[in-house]
Design a binder for this molecule. Structure first.
Ligand code: ADP
Length: 504
């Protein structure tokens, strides 16, 4: 029996390491060996039986031998089933143990884990594998942390760039190397009519209608011209606007083209002002030249004694006086505007009767109205209180507005002037209504700007575009009143100058 146990490995053999007391009695290896031994015994018995050796022993011994053999096989099968059961239990134990480790977030320790001897190498390999996975996970976590911090830096950088872009009042577009929109500030969104979240990453030609602008934005700068400035007019919902576009190429470290940043600076107003200034210089020169030439011509005639008689002489003097007055008005307009703007014009406040001033102006301008066969009517409210103001400046303002009505009303038209009082708002109003050429709606907001002349007005009469600017300064800046205008093109214009009065 001890021989049998030794052969099957059920007992420790000398020289072999001691069996772990926790290891099962019927391990897999032992069961395999036991099975082999049993097969050998059965094969031996079968050989003996077939060779007739068994026939020589008594039938009783043959029955005993075969019974012992059958018994051994039954025992072996029972032991195998038992071992399978025990192994199953052990595996369940390991599974429970691993699950508990997972729940407790602990690592596998093969020494601590009670496993059958034959599973120890598997558990050790498993523990090594788990350790390797843990190390890999740690490394990945570290990488993720580094990536997270890099992402934070990139996010902060992106946020910084977006903040800078949005703080720029001019429209800014950033286009990538493929010609797709990568960034735009809110002013650019407004100008081109897209929303950045929807437009980002889309080709710029799908976002803009203007093919020339698209070509400018998608062409990399040639040669070393990494920055270009191009003036371009863009059609907007408020009309055409001219922009000075600065196109700067974005280059990578290796010098390859990485896209383009375009900043649109609106120079419409500068262009208009430049145009207005040049128109102004022309107009002022013309305005100065006309009276100057006539003064010179009449002065020369007087010097050369060309006047036929005293009456004609007086007529020449009269013309010289009128033209000198025209020159004076022009120069006064220019000077007064700059003085009021600089706050350097001395204001002499005194009680002013607006009806008297209006009558004086009408009297002075009546000859001009007559020249054009205009009816110039005045309807003054006789109960008006006096207003405290600068007589000469108010005179100048009323003169400019009535003068404009006469200037911009075609022959045979009407100019009506009226004064009134609104006790509720304590405002005294001079209203000048004409049946003249009128002012287009889109130009109305600009007529009080310095040097501004309407398209139609510039064609109809000479002027400097300074008269109404001075009127607004005199009424609003000096007298704290208001100027308002209503007009219909081709039908006429009505201007109202309102001055605050103290009603007692
Ligand atoms: P200007 O010297 O050109 O008359 P103003 O400042 O007095 O300059 O007027 C500005 C512009 O407003 C004029 O050029 C003209 O086009 C327009 N305007 C002013 N008054 C009238 C009016 N009564 N009717 C039509 N257009 C007018």
């Amino acid at each position: 029996m001890s021989m049998f146990c030794k052969a099957t490995g059920l007992l420790p053999t000398p020289g072999r390491e001691h069996r772990d007391p926790r290891s099962p009695l019927f391990s897999c290896q032992r069961m395999q060996r036991l099975t082999i031994v049993l097969l050998v015994v059965v094969a031996l018995l079968a050989t003996l039986e077939l060779s007739g050796v068994m026939a020589k022993i008594s039938p009783r011994d043959r029955v005993v031998a075969w019974t012992a053999c059958a018994l051994l096989i039954s025992v072996a099968i029972a032991v195998m089933l038992l071992d399978r059961y025990v192994t199953q239990r052990k595996l369940e134990h390991i599974e429970t143990h691993l699950r508990r480790l997972a729940c407790e977030d602990r690592l596998l320790d093969p020494i601590e884990t009670a496993v059958p001897d034959e599973l120890k190498p598997v558990m050790t390999a498993l523990a090594e594998y788990v350790a390797m996975v843990v190390a890999r996970v740690d490394a990945l976590r570290q990488q993720k942390r580094e990536l997270d911090s890099q992402m934070q830096i990139v996010d902060a950088e992106k946020h910084r760039i977006e903040t800078i872009m949005h703080s720029i009042s001019d429209p800014v577009l950033a286009i990538d190397a493929r010609g797709c929109l990568s960034l735009a500030n809110s002013t650019a969104e407004g100008l081109f009519g897209f929303r950045l979240p929807l437009a980002q990453g889309r080709p710029i030609e799908r976002l803009l209608d203007d093919s020339r602008l698209v070509a400018l934005l998608t062409e990399p700068g040639s040669g070393d011209r990494h920055r270009r400035r191009i003036d371009h007019t863009i059609a907007t919902c408020e009309g055409a606007r001219t922009y000075a576009i600065t196109l700067s190429c974005v280059l990578s470290d290796s010098g390859t083209y990485g896209g383009l940043v375009a900043v649109f600076h609106d120079i419409t107003r500068e262009r208009q002002i430049a145009q207005l200034k040049s128109d102004f210089v022309c107009a002022v020169s013309h305005e100065l030249r006309t009276p100057l030439s006539s003064i010179r011509a009449y002065a020369e005639m007087l010097i050369d004694d060309e006047a036929r008689n005293e009456e004609q002489k007086r007529e020449f003097y009269q013309i010289i006086e009128t033209e000198t007055g025209r020159l004076q008005r022009l120069v006064n307009n220019i000077l007064n505007i700059s003085r009021i703007e600089a706050g350097a014009l001395p204001i002499h406040r005194e009680p002013v009767r607006i009806n008297d001033i209006t009558r004086e102006v009408i009297k002075a301008l009546a000859p001009h109205a007559e020249e054009k066969s205009l009816s110039l009517a005045f309807e003054g409210d006789a109960t008006l209180p006096t207003l405290r103001g600068d007589r000469d400046l108010i005179h100048q303002a009323v003169m400019n507005v009535i003068g404009n009505s006469i200037k911009y009303t075609p022959t045979g038209g009407q100019v009506r002037v009226a004064t009134s009082l609104d006790p509720k708002s304590s405002r005294l109003t001079v209203t000048i209504a004409d049946s003249g050429i009128g002012i287009a709606n889109d130009e109305l907001p600009f007529i009080f700007d310095k040097f501004y002349r309407t398209r139609e007005g510039a064609g109809a009469a000479k002027g400097t575009g300074l008269g109404l600017s001075l009127v607004r300064h005199i009424v609003e800046t000096v007298h704290r009143g208001e100027v308002s205008v209503t007009s219909e093109r081709g039908r006429g214009t009505t201007m109202a100058l309102r001055f605050p009065v103290r009603i007692t």
